[in-house]
Design a protein around this ligand. Structure first.
Ligand code: MOS
Length: 724
């Protein structure tokens, strides 16, 4: 049996008919104790017997690759193999592609591309041997600088923006730039591969197992049935583990060749270069407004880059298509083919940088029109999607603006910049709107119900986002079981295929599959009680129908029941535009002496449909806002202009915002149910908190000291130059 649902329209809200009271509570993570005591083992742990150790070797330049002294290295102590295999992948895959990732070790397309794996008896021997392997490259290198190439692609044009700009009372034509960003998480990329005949099992750290299984099978030239991937715990992904990665492929190749298990772990600098980065962007933003600040037109054109052959282009303008009204529009990306390390999805691909730049431009328009920034945005909220004419499934921007402004105390703000000074510090505040598209994927899940409780299984992953907690709550709510009676098993391709974790879709997609699996079980329980499923009340292990109450264990009567759920997106994601909304408010202090920016407080109000777990949801928003602070002030991946390689490829030199940079963050959720988003009426939240967050900070910098930074991040040198 299975309950299959294709979302073609609105879903009925069944939540009110459930009685357990578990969903929506700030429940703890069931795996929390395992994690803080070290009992949750990650991909590099649990070494099998007789495991050998592999170390990747990267190309020092572009061109045809030769391993000059491979035989010499093979003779080094403990070395088992030096493998250069055309099946090794050139870049991390994107995780949802149907085609195999680009492969090959003979030609390096960028500095840092993995071109060999050295395997030895010990990790130390492997590392030493890998460092001893001399790789040379020859041939003329491809371009690494965006100015050196003619980009591909054209923006979408609606109406006549040039005329609208000429006719406008207020017109702005601004350019913002953002640097490359790294997706490298705390847990290094690691894999242990082991073959049993023709079947390979890989313990890895990946986000999207059902796709990763196919990708690995394609790389190895075997069928997906012969690939098992396990990723029960993942120490962060941020996009870097969406697709199959070099360590997993090379571990599988080496394990086959040596006939024993092989572990490959990428060290930090390798990971920086071999996982996908967020493209740098150059964004031209045009705003044409009347005397009242109403937009007659807007332009958002972005230049991004990627390697030749890669299909991904940072979707910078994704939210600009629907964010604000304005009849005359020019929106889209152009892609420069550069030989920098591959670009791919990084936390909120598109909106993270696109909304941030656009919301800075909106602040500049507010100054130009003399309008309050909150009011300017309110005036430009469209009543339907201005690009497609489709209705919105729900629209919560006005509510988020009002809620956030009220809680932050926005009305106390003096409109003029440089209004407040404390010693050497200029104090100011800024705001920005947040938008992030809501994406639904496909997912399956199953639940086994026994007298001991429920066991939920899906190959879904938990990147630290709270998947274990949320799926426990969903199953417990619908089946009337306390959290202790629900076990969630994740991260194994032997389980039904979930959605994987990416694009904020995890809880809404796989969560709905679990919900459907539970409804499937409810049907079966109701049938045993001879009642209608809608009349059934399940609570604390008791089933009630009419005036009859029986223990669930008694209803099972010695049988175990299995429920299966399957959800797919349908017309509900075509006929209407689905987005989440929010508003960020920040207060900063800017040193008039050093140009240093300190964020003093920050507040966000967010709407994402039903909030399934307020604690994990809040953590996601804290994380997003923290990334926003980093994007605004410190995060910058620097490419060497000569060969494109990443100069600051570690977490010491690539500065993400840390505790010392982040003030207490206030997060508020708006009550919302979105019937178009699925049976749980819940939308993806994970990435909303980052979208626009950096703009609130940068707009606050302007309000504090009158310096407008359009080249992110706003490091002290740039701020100081503005102050002088
Ligand atoms: Mo996310 S960047 O889709 O992991």
């Amino acid at each position: 049996m299975s309950l299959d649902l294709k979302l073609d329209g609105r879903s009925e809200d069944r939540f009110g008919t459930m009685a357990q009271g578990l969903l929506g509570t700030p429940a703890d993570r069931p795996e929390g104790v395992l994690k803080v005591t070290g009992a949750a083992t990650y991909a590099a742990e649990n070494l099998p017997e007789n495991c050998a150790f592999g170390m990747l070797v990267r190309a020092p330049g572009q061109g045809k690759v030769t391993a000059v002294n491979a035989d010499e290295v093979r003779a080094m102590p403990g070395v088992l193999a030096v493998i250069r295999d055309e099946r090794m992948i050139r870049n991390a895959a994107q995780g949802t592609a149907n085609e195999a990732p680009v492969q090959g070790v003979d030609h390096a397309e960028y500095v840092g591309q993995p071109v060999a794996v050295v395997v030895a008896e010990s990790f130390e021997q492997a590392r030493h041997a890998a460092q001893s392997l001399k790789i040379t490259t020859e041939g003329s290198p491809g371009p690494v600088d965006p100015d050196a190439v003619e980009p591909e692609g054209e923006p979408t044009r609606t109406g006549d923006l040039d005329s609208a700009m000429k006719d406008a009372v207020h017109a702005l034509d601004l350019t913002y730039t953002t640097p490359s960003h790294s997706s490298t998480p705390m847990e290094p990329h690691a894999a242990i591969a082991e073959w049993d005949g023709d079947r390979v099992s890989v313990r890895a750290s990946l986000q999207m197992l059902k796709y990763n299984r196919n990708e690995l099978a394609d790389c190895l030239g075997i069928s997906a049935e012969n690939v098992r991937i396990q990723s029960p715990f993942v120490g962060g992904g941020f996009g870097s583990k969406l697709g199959i990665t070099a360590e997993a492929v090379s571990a599988a190749i080496a394990a086959r060749e040596l006939g024993r298990p092989v572990r490959v772990v990428q060290h930090r600098r390798q990971a920086f270069e071999t996982v996908t980065r967020r493209s740098e962007t150059t964004q031209r933003i045009r705003l044409a407004a009347d005397a009242e600040g109403r937009l007659s037109g807007l332009g958002h054109e972005a230049l991004v880059s990627n390697l030749p052959g890669e299909t991904f282009a940072e979707p910078v303008t994704q939210a600009s298509a629907f964010a604000y009204a304005g009849a005359h529009r020019v929106i889209g990306e152009r892609l420069a083919r550069l030989h920098r390390p591959a670009a791919g999805s990084v936390r909120a691909p598109g909106e993270a940088v696109g909304v941030t730049a656009f919301e800075c431009a909106m602040d500049e328009l507010a100054v130009k029109t003399g309008l309050d920034p909150v009011e300017l945005r309110r005036r430009n909220i469209p009543d339907k999607d201005p690009s497609s004419g489709k209705p919105f499934s729900s629209h919560m921007l006005a509510a988020a603006l009002d809620d956030g402004a009220g809680r932050f105390g926005w009305s106390d703000r003096a409109p003029e910049p440089r209004s407040r000074r404390e010693g050497e510090w200029w104090i100011g505040s800024g705001m920005a709107a947040a938008f992030r598209v809501n994406i639904m994927m496909e997912a399956e899940a199953r639940i086994d119900l026994t007298p001991d409780g429920a066991v939920v299984e899906t190959d879904m992953t938990d990147l630290g986002t709270g998947t274990y907690a949320i799926l426990t709550q969903i199953a417990g709510e619908a089946l009337g079981l306390p959290a202790e009676s629900v076990t969630v098993r994740l991260g194994d391709t032997d389980f039904p295929p979930g959605s994987g974790s990416g694009g904020s879709w995890g809880s809404a997609t796989t969560g709905n599959a679990v919900w459907l699996a539970a409804l499937d079980l409810r049907r079966q329980i109701a049938a045993r009680l001879d009642c209608d499923e809608a009349e059934l009340t399940l609570r604390d292990g008791q089933a009630t129908c009419g005036n009859v109450t029986r223990a669930l264990a008694e209803v099972l009567g010695g049988d175990d029941l299995r429920g299966h759920g399957h959800i797919t997106a349908g017309d509900a994601f075509e006929d209407v535009v689905q987005s989440t909304f929010g508003a960020h408010f920040a207060e900063v202090a800017v040193s008039d002496v050093t140009g240093e920016v300190r964020v003093r407080r920050m507040l966000g109000s967010f709407a994402a449909g039903r909030i399934l777990n307020e604690k994990t949801a809040r953590s996601q928003c804290h994380g997003g806002m923290t990334w926003g602070i980093g994007m605004a002030l410190t995060e910058e991946l620097t490419h060497d202009r000569r060969d494109g390689h990443m100069v600051n490829r570690d977490l010491a030199e690539y500065h993400v915002a840390v505790n010392a940079d982040v003030p207490p963050l206030e997060v508020h959720f708006l009550e919302e149910l979105d019937p178009w988003s699925g049976p749980m009426q819940s939308k993806g939240l994970g990435e909303l908190g980052i979208c626009g967050a950096g703009a609130a900070v940068l707009n606050a910098v302007y309000h504090a000291c009158g310096v407008r930074i359009r080249d992110m991040p706003a490091t002290p040198d740039k701020v100081l130059a503005g102050l002088e």
